[in-house]
Design a protein around this ligand. Structure first.
Ligand code: TRP
Length: 334
C-alpha cells in the first residue's frame, strides 16, 4: 500500500521571518522527516501571481523560498519539492473542478470577503474593486493543488482551514457526480504549537506590520533589528516582568528550556535592557548561523536548485498524470 500523502504549498511573496520559521517552517520540516508518509511541498508561484506582477521578481521569490526551506532542513531527497507552475495538470484540474463548484462557495471564502469588506469601509463604488478573478478562484486552485496529489493531510496555519473545507466540498461534489471515490478527502493538520512570536513593536510578527526579523538577515542587520525592539523605562537593577517583554517572548520561542529559565531569572533580578538585547542577539545569531550559511551556498548555486526543482516536478507530474487519467475517463470517457 502506498504511504499517506502530506502536502503543503508555500506562497513565494517575500522572505521568511522568524515568526514563519517557528510557527510554520520548523513544524512542517519535522513532519516531512516522518518516513511513514510521503511529503509533497511546493512553491505556489501561480498563486503569488495574483499579486506579484513582475516575472523576475516572482522567479526570485520562488528560488529564495525554495533555498530557504532547504537551508532550514527540508531534504529534497525525501520530500518531493516542486514549483506549482511546472505541473500544468494542476491548472487543467482547476478548470474541471470549477465546473463542480457552486459560485456561492467561493463568495464566502475569507480572502475575497475581506477585500469586499475593505472596499465597503472605504466607500468604494463597487465592492469588487481590486478583486481579480485569480483572487476569487484562489481556493479552487488550492483544491486542485491538493486533490491532484491524492493528499490525505495538509499542514497549514489556522487561517487556511476554510480552504481545506472548500476542497473537501469540491472533492465530494465531483465524487458524487460520477459515483466514484476518485478524490481522497483531505484534512487540515493545524500545527498550533502555541508559539506566537511578537514583532519588533510588540504586535504579532507579520509582514503587513513591517515589524519582522528576517531569518536570513546578516549578522549586522540582525543586531541592528534586535536593538530596535521597544522596551520600557525600567533601569538596570530594577526587576522586570519577562511575560510582558517582547525580548523575552522572542527568546523563549527559540531557546531551550534551560536557557529560557535562566533568562527569566535574570529578568527578575533586574537585567538591563542592553544586556538582555545582547543575549537575545547572541542566541538568535547562533541559532541562525548554520542555516544562513547553507542558504548562501544554495542561492549561489542556481543550477543545483534548478535540478532539485526539475526532479521534484517530474515526480509530481507522474502522480498528477495518474489522477488526470482517471479524471479524463470519468469526465469525457476518454
Ligand atoms: N494558501 C496557502 C497560503 O497562503 C498556500 C497554498 C497554496 C497551499 N496551495 C496550497 C497550502 C495547497 C496548502 C495546500 O499559505
Amino acid at each position: 500500500m502506498s504511504k499517506p500523502i502530506i502536502l503543503t504549498g508555500i506562497k513565494p511573496t517575500g522572505s521568511l521571518h522568524l515568526g514563519n520559521l517557528v510557527g510554520a517552517v520548523k513544524p512542517a520540516v519535522t513532519l516531512s522527516q516522518n518516513r511513514e508518509n510521503q511529503s509533497f511541498y511546493f512553491l505556489a508561484d501561480y498563486h503569488a501571481l495574483i499579486t506579484v506582477k513582475n516575472g523576475q521578481q516572482l522567479n526570485r521569490y520562488t528560488m529564495e523560498m525554495a533555498a530557504s526551506w532547504i537551508a532550514l532542513g527540508l531534504d529534497p531527497e525525501q520530500v518531493i519539492l516542486y514549483r506549482q507552475s511546472d505541473v500544468p495538470e494542476i491548472f487543467e484540474l482547476a478548470w474541471i473542478l470549477g465546473c463542480f463548484t457552486p459560485k456561492g462557495l467561493l463568495n464566502r471564502a475569507h480572502a475575497y470577503k475581506a477585500q469586499r469588506q475593505y472596499n465597503e469601509r472605504r466607500g468604494e463604488k463597487t465592492l469588487d474593486a481590486g478583486v481579480n478573478v485569480g483572487l476569487f478562484t484562489y481556493p479552487l486552485l488550492m483544491a486542485a493543488d491538493i486533490l491532484i496529489m491524492q493528499t490525505r493531510w495538509v499542514p497549514v496555519g489556522r487561517d487556511q482551514g476554510q480552504h481545506i473545507e472548500i476542497t473537501r466540498h469540491i472533492a465530494q461534489a465531483f465524487n458524487h457526480a460520477y459515483n466514484d471515490e476518485i478524490f481522497v478527502l483531505p484534512e487540515a493538520l493545524t500545527q498550533d504549537n502555541g508559539v506566537v512570536i511578537p514583532g519588533l513593536d510588540g504586535r504579532k510578527m507579520s509582514k503587513s506590520y513591517g515589524n519582522t526579523i528576517p531569518v536570513f538577515a546578516t549578522h549586522d542587520e540582525l543586531r541592528a533589528l534586535i536593538f530596535r525592539i521597544e522596551t520600557d523605562s525600567t533601569k538596570p537593577g530594577e526587576p522586570k516582568n519577562p511575560d510582558s517583554s517582547v525580548l523575552f517572548q522572542i527568546f523563549r520561542a527559540v531557546a531551550t528550556k534551560e536557557e529560557t529559565d535562566s533568562f527569566r531569572r535574570q529578568f527578575v533580578k533586574g537585567i538591563g535592557w542592553q544586556d538582555a538585547k545582547e543575549q537575545l542577539f547572541d542566541l538568535l545569531d547562533r541559532y541562525l548561523t548554520d542555516p544562513r550559511q547553507r542558504y548562501q551556498e544554495i542561492i549561489h548555486d542556481p543550477r543545483t536548485l534548478d535540478r532539485i526543482l526539475a526532479q521534484g516536478a517530474t515526480k509530481a507530474r507522474d502522480q498528477a498524470q495518474m489522477v488526470m487519467k482517471v479524471v479524463g475517463r470519468l469526465t469525457k470517457n476518454q
